[in-house]
Design a protein around this ligand. Structure first.
Ligand SMILES: Nc1nc2c(ncn2[C@@H]2O[C@H](COP(=O)(O)OP(=O)(O)O)[C@@H](O)[C@H]2O)c(=O)[nH]1
Ligand SMILES: [Mg+2]
Length: 251
């Protein structure tokens, strides 16, 4: 059992290592969390993954950020469709070297933010590799949002939004440009991803209930675990495509 620590500002900060799962569970019950959705942030080094995470979870941008600040994940709880959803967002913490990320990082992830830097062409050229990495390591139903970060540096743009749109369409990804620096589109992109995950998980839970009803098992009609991280999702029905460069998320 890995002993990950979170620097999130929630009451579980400072958990004793090893007993985290149990205490998290208690805290989640107290907070009445309906789902915990694990999201991984991936992409080349220095594209702004850590800053995007900071922007979404704390509405902060760290001017003195080091390339690695050693935080494995951060959380933020939001209400979506009347459900309390805790986004547990994992950071690569400097392991972006090709194939250096272990499969444990991807385990149980329901969503991925795949980030490139619009001012660095190579980071976009490597996106296909990251998609392969996801296909090899993550659940096939994982919802993926491609993010062209640093949209505030439009004068240094090296990747046309149209190229990213085309790639996203081919690969069945959602797409948005964003800026961790200004905050532009960051919230919208994360909320869009969380909505997609919620859709997948809800459909999956419904299916499981139907199957139970058909089987007439003792559990018929019983709602399967609503813990997002524990719901097994093996099918992706969502294929709605983003075609604009702006995230069309409704919040
Ligand atoms: N102008 C601008 N700089 C950014 C943005 N996001 C991150 N950066 C900068 O890019 C560098 C790498 O960011 P970081 O989040 O550490 O990248 P990571 O390696 O992908 O986690 C840092 O100097 C950040 O301040 C952004 O949206 N706009
Ligand atoms: Mg980082």
């Amino acid at each position: 059992m890995p002993t990950y620590r979170s620097l999130s500002s929630d009451p579980r900060q400072g958990l004793r290592e090893g007993s985290m799962m149990e205490e998290e569970w208690e805290a989640e019950k107290a907070e009445e969390i309906d789902y915990v959705f694990k999201i991984v942030v991936i992409g080349d080094s220095a594209v702004g993954k850590t800053q995007l995470l900071g922007r979404f979870t704390k509405d902060e941008f760290y001017f003195d950020s080091k390339s690695t600040i050693g935080v494995e994940f951060q959380t933020r709880t939001i209400t979506l469709n009347k459900k309390r959803i805790k986004a547990q967002i994992w950071d690569t913490a400097g392991q972006e070297r090709y194939r250096a990320i272990t499969s444990a990082y991807y385990r149980g992830a329901l969503g991925a933010m795949l980030v490139y830097d619009i001012t660095k062409r190579a980071t976009f050229d490597h996106v296909a590799r990251w998609v392969d990495e996801l296909r090899d390591n993550a659940d096939s139903s994982i919802a993926v949002m491609l993010i062209g970060n640093k949209s505030d540096l439009a004068d240094k743009r090296a990747v046309a939004a149209a190229d990213a749109v085309e790639f996203a369409e081919e690969q069945g990804l959602y797409f948005s440009e964003a800026s961790a620096f200004t905050g532009d589109n960051v919230e919208a992109a994360f909320l869009r991803l969380l909505e997609e995950i919620h859709g997948v998980v809800s459909r999956k839970a419904l299916e499981a209930r139907r199957n139970n009803a058909v089987d007439g098992g003792a559990d018929a009609g019983h709602v399967v675990s609503l813990k997002g991280t524990r719901v097994e999702v093996s099918m992706m029905e969502t294929s709605a495509m983003r075609t604009g460069t702006q995230c069309g998320c409704s919040s």
